[in-house]
Design a protein around this ligand. Sequence first.
Ligand code: PEP
Ligand code: MG
Length: 322
Amino acid sequence: ERGRALRHARSPAVTTDGVRVRVKANVSSLAVARLGADLGAEGSGLVRTEAVFAQWRQAPSVDQQVQVYAAMAAVYHPHPVTIRTWDVGGDKPLPFHPLPVEGNPFLSARGLRAFVEDPSLLLDQLQAVCTVAVDHPLAVLFPMVTTVQDVRWARELLATAARRAGLSAPPPGLQVGIMVEVPAAALGIAHLAQGLDLVSIGSNDLVQYTLAAERGNPRLAAWSDALDPAVLSLVRSVTAGVPEGVRVGLCGAMAGDPDLAGLLVGLGVQELSASAASVPLVKQRLRTGSTAEFGDLAARALACPDGASVRALVQEAQPTPT
Ligand code: PEP
Ligand code: MG
């Protein structure tokens, strides 16, 4: 299956009934961006900028960021690259944006919230994004969004950054979106996604917050099941609840598991962003079924009592190796 997947890596992933599902790469450096493009990724659905600049002692300037984002855009041309703004806090330290020590870092001022008191770093980043978006296809994603006010604030900041970049407004080609990682955002998506171009489900954090189980803590592995029907139900809330025309992607680790590709499409997810290495196999698996079959699998998964039953269902649905 792997050989076949690699041979067809550069071809689109089209279901047996003709629906194209874009598979993109998660990017943490320019080298990973190149690897993803070589392996057939159709753009990047998630550039983890805090990882790209993790080794920097000082914050990169606007110009330095412009260079990096433009280089990534060039790698994927004509496909878009999705720049996620600094996602700091919880499991993600950023040397040039230290945060106060708090008792519950995952429930504290992380992601977008970490910039409310001093938005200057975020403004610099958005200025770079606006500059690059003038002549490259780009999307911007805000992490850890919880409320409608978060979205409003982020968009105001984007407008301010555009003016700083010498533009009257954010470039029309710049797609604007939010990460859906908090159950409140999944449930309120009809309001939060109003006027946006895309939303991207961050399943790693969505699992953590839905099941109240700290990500990466091995003692909590039994509770950290991405296949728990409660998680799937929130994914469904997002795909069913977004306003017309808003694209729904998923960029957590789930997107890189080929066994789950059909299930996610069946739940209504329109594009997947996965680790570069898993792009060919995810594409290959999407070619093995129809959206009706995937939808049927998703409906049965949503009716399961627990993650173990969903896993059994998904295993049973896999194509037999030839
Ligand atoms: C996620 O939470 O699923 C996600 C893609 O973001 P990160 O893993 O960087 O928190
Ligand atoms: Mg996350």
